[in-house]
Write a protein that binds this ligand. Structure first.
Ligand SMILES: *Cc1c(COP(=O)(O)O)cnc(C)c1O
Length: 398
């Protein structure tokens, strides 16, 4: 059955008058979330107390919820585990990958990657010493930069600023041909487009759930390890809940079987409940339908803005195969322009130095919102309504 996007939209609570084009940064609130979290608090925590770990299944949630995410990213059963934040999962996967490729010293990434991923690679390299280092190249040069010095590629599939999408299958194939492992960051892919980790032969992946997956601020990350590697991965962060038998309280660490060894400490039960409420909506979504609708929305936005706002320079690739689910434009006054838009109910965001970023999420955005957003942006640009002191004042979070 084709996905019914009018019924997915009816399952979100969006403020009246807002066109929300920032679900790529923080997904909006599903209507079912508050009651689900409330029930977890009152019925489980409140009544079961510590018994919730067994009787409400809290202990099993990191793997159980991981299996629900797996369908969205083309991962094999029992190969995804929830917990911590994306930055931490990247650190763990990098440490494991480097150890599995011990004769090599280079982590390869691209200059468009999110700073936290790059910082994690820099910090881990400094901690390990022994000549480890991060090499970054331009996004279009990644494929050719994979040589036999590269231990692991650490690539974010969709660039957070430009929305440029890498070819996961091609990069993974080249990496394997050259003896390198691959880590895919799916922050702007999971819930944004179809992902086929198993089909691409990816080694490792991680992503967050508070963007397209709508788990709310601080929602847990996920980590993927290909089944062929799961029992070879030695966790760098040896937490008690990644132990084979946490309640033996053995003073010596022994990793759990499978991807569960990437668990560290106590899982965020309330945030997982919020995520589960959102995943109920995702159960009704076919990722190919989502992709078709997302491309329709981004195509329409690009075409409309280019006609109405000649001063904005498209930063997102036109080719569908190279585009995620966002559209970005460059303008030297991008910050005040975005503030003027937000004041008029069109919520996108700004990424330094000059990017106006708009996320398109078919679950609750349709062509009607795209047309209204274009009209409001055109009005702001044509009247220079953005050119006011109040719009230049920078907030801490942009
Ligand atoms: C959003 C994002 C992050 C954020 O990491 P957290 O640890 O969840 O704060 C990291 N990497 C990429 C590529 C992102 O887009």
């Amino acid at each position: 059955m084709p996905t019914d996007f009018s019924s997915t939209r009816a399952r979100f609570d969006l403020p009246e008058g807002v066109i929300y084009l920032d679900g790529n940064s923080l997904g909006p609130l599903p209507k079912a979330t508050a009651a689900r979290v409330q029930a977890t608090i009152t019925e489980e925590w409140g009544k079961l107390l510590i018994g919730g770990w067994n009787r409400a299944g809290w202990e099993a949630k990191p793997m159980g919820v991981g299996n629900r995410i797996a369908r969205l990213i083309g991962a094999e059963p029992d190969s995804v585990v929830m917990g911590d934040t994306l930055s931490i999962k990247i650190f763990q996967l990098l440490a494991s990958a480097l150890e599995m490729n011990p004769d090599r010293r280079i982590i390869l990434s691209d200059s468009g990657n999110f700073p936290s991923d790059l910082y994690m690679a820099q910090g881990l390299s400094a901690m390990l010493g022994q000549g480890y280092s991060l090499r970054t190249v331009a996004p279009e040069d990644v494929l050719d930069a994979i040589d036999d010095s590269v231990a692991v590629t650490m690539i974010t599939e969709v660039d957070y600023r430009t929305g440029r999408k890498h070819d996961m299958a091609a990069i993974t194939a080249r990496a394997h041909e050259k003896g390198a492992l691959t880590i895919w960051d799916l922050a702007h892919s999971a819930g944004a487009l179809p992902v086929d980790l198993a089909g691409a032969g990816a080694d490792f992946a991680a992503g967050c759930t508070y963007k397209y997956l709508n788990s709310g601020p601080g929602g847990p990350a996920f980590a993927y390890v290909a089944p062929r590697h799961q029992d070879r991965v030695r966790p760098a962060l040896c937490g008690w809940l990644g132990h084979d038998a946490p309640f033996d309280f053995d003073p010596d660490y022994r990793p759990a079987a499978g991807v569960a060894r990437l668990r560290v400490g106590t899982p965020p039960v309330l945030q997982l409940a919020a995520l589960e409420a959102s995943l109920d909506i995702w159960e009704t979504v076919d990722m190919n339908d989502l992709r078709a609708r997302s491309l329709e929305l981004t195509d329409a936005f690009i075409a409309g803005v280019e006609v109405a706002c000649p001063d904005l320079e498209l930063a997102t690739p036109r080719a569908h195969a190279m585009r995620g689910s966002q559209v970005s434009f460059r303008h030297p006054d991008g910050y005040p322009i975005m503030q003027a838009l937000i004041a008029r109910g069109v919520v996108g965001d700004f990424r330094a130095p000059d990017i106006l970023r708009f996320g398109f999420t078919p679950l609750y955005i349709g062509l009607e919102e795209v047309d209204r957003a274009i009209a409001i942006l055109a009005e702001v640009m044509q009247t220079r309504a953005w050119d006011r002191e109040e719009y230049r004042v920078r907030s801490r979070v942009t």
